[in-house]
Design a protein around this ligand. Structure first.
Ligand SMILES: Nc1ncnc2c1ncn2[C@@H]1O[C@H](COP(=O)(O)OP(=O)(O)OP(=O)(O)O)[C@@H](O)[C@H]1O
Ligand SMILES: [Mg+2]
Length: 421
């Protein structure tokens, strides 16, 4: 591990990152945690526990406090403790005390059961989904005690979550890769998140209009306003994704070279639907806007016929290749897992370079799926971060040297206790 300097910075073999540490985590009626008060040291932490004890739930809570979204729940009601849900007004609360170089920070998310009809329309636009959804519960976010919107929370603490499901970023649906690009970009750029929210609102309106035009209930002339809006918000997303993918490719290549026996270089290709080309990380926003506007013109007939928007960042994809072979389609499970590992470690480095802060690493039971070489690489890599939370069912997966420098906890039925020895 590195050492703290007096200025609250963290020095790692000559590289300095600003400090970002969760000091305390407090959970009430969150998943299987009825009540948890946990001090977190600025170290590598290993949480050991049998299956179904609350390990993933713990990391999910931190991810939620960082991004305002659960990585796995489709409905936020799932997050509220089942026994609490039987109460008349169930309340679930997550809170963290955070130490940053610029000062301390307190973050809080409270979820309350609430009739859907009372939900506010503004809150219901999820930046990660393309259609407005009525929230089944009421979510209140506080930063330093003041009620804030989700966009104000995202980016306060940056996290990188790596779990076995991340293999799906490589081999799963394009929507997962877009979500990946969006969440990562949103964590480091609040303007991106605001543009993303706006884009999805515009997209929703434009799709509605396209359907009306298809049924002769509106005129195609009305599209030009929404086209402009779509281009204005969407071009920024495309440009930022382009930059991010280029930076991630560079970082992931080096990691992939080290952990993989594959001969070929790992390539990341951002496939833009606006020109059916690969981005190169050097596009200018004016060029992208022009391309976008032109492709909307070209697609107009088809869009009206199908009643939906067919070009734009909501239709883009990201592909992973070696030797021009698409690993999402042809890669073995092991190859895909190696790409996911390289991508996640690259993401952490990318965040550090963009924000100057070490992101908090959340590694959910990932060692069991890695072979010895990749496991070693991962364990070596994480030691250069400030705060790392790893979960496992068995401590045997770790080398003794590694465990000696880590702080160990045991997770048992929604309780977390320090593990001595
Ligand atoms: N809203 C909820 N209320 C109460 N319990 C819940 C709720 N949501 C999930 N659980 C339960 O929490 C338990 C722990 O889940 P979690 O995913 O954290 O387990 P885990 O320790 O990561 O296990 P594994 O090793 O299998 O991954 C599960 O039994 C799950 O059914
Ligand atoms: Mg788990």
């Amino acid at each position: 591990m590195g050492k703290f300097t007096s200025a609250g910075a963290f020095r790692l073999g000559g590289r300095t990152g600003k400090s970002l540490i969760i000091r305390h985590l407090s959970l009430t009626n969150f998943r299987n945690y009825a009540s948890l008060e946990l001090e977190l040291p600025p170290n590598i932490m290993v949480f050991q526990g049998d299956n179904a004890q609350g390990k993933s739930n713990l990391l999910e809570a931190i991810y939620l406090l960082a991004t305002s979204r659960s990585p796995r729940a489709t409905n936020e009601r799932e997050l509220i403790n089942w026994s609490a849900l039987r109460e008349e007004l169930p309340v679930c609360r997550l809170a963290a005390d955070v130490q940053k170089a610029r000062g301390n920070l307190s973050l809080e998310i409270a979820l309350r059961g609430k009739p859907a009809a009372l939900s506010e329309a503004e809150d219901s636009f999820s930046p990660w989904h393309s259609a407005p959804k009525a929230p089944p519960i009421h979510k209140r976010i506080r930063v330093n005690g003041v009620v804030r919107r989700a966009v104000d929370l995202v980016g306060q603490i940056n996290v990188v979550l790596f779990s076995v499901q991340d293999i799906n970023i490589v081999g799963g649906e394009p929507a997962l890769r877009r979500r990946y690009l969006d969440i990562t970009n949103s964590q480091i750029d609040s303007h991106y998140l605001r543009q993303l929210q706006r884009y999805h609102r515009v997209l929703w309106q434009r799709n509605r209009l396209l359907r009306q035009i298809a049924f002769n209930q509106a005129s195609p002339d009305e599209l030009s306003f929404w086209d402009q809006e779509l281009v204005q918000t969407g071009a920024y997303l495309v440009v930022q994704r382009d930059h991010m993918v280029a930076a991630l490719e560079h970082l992931a290549q080096a990691i992939h070279d080290e952990v993989s026996s594959d001969q070929g270089k790992l390539r990341l290709a951002y496939l833009r639907s606006i020109d059916k080309k690969r981005g190169k990380g050097e596009s200018r926003i004016e060029e992208i806007a022009e391309l976008f506007a032109r492709s909307l013109q070209a697609a107009r007939k088809k869009e009206i016929a199908q009643g939906m928007s067919l070009v734009g960042p909501h239709r883009d994809d990201l592909r992973f290749l070696t030797n021009e072979t698409d690993l999402g389609v042809f890669g073995s499970r092991g190859q895909q897992r190696t790409v996911a590992l390289s991508l996640k470690l690259a993401e952490a480095k990318f965040m550090l370079s963009k924000t100057g802060e070490h992101p908090i690493l959340l590694l959910d039971d990932v060692l069991s799926e890695l072979d010895v070489q990749r496991r070693r690489h991962l364990l070596r890599s994480v030691t250069s971060y400030q705060q790392v939370l790893m979960t496992t069912t068995s401590l045997d997966q770790f080398e003794p040297d590694f465990l000696e420098q880590a702080v160990l906890f045991r997770v048992n039925q929604g309780r977390v206790e320090p593990l001595s020895g």
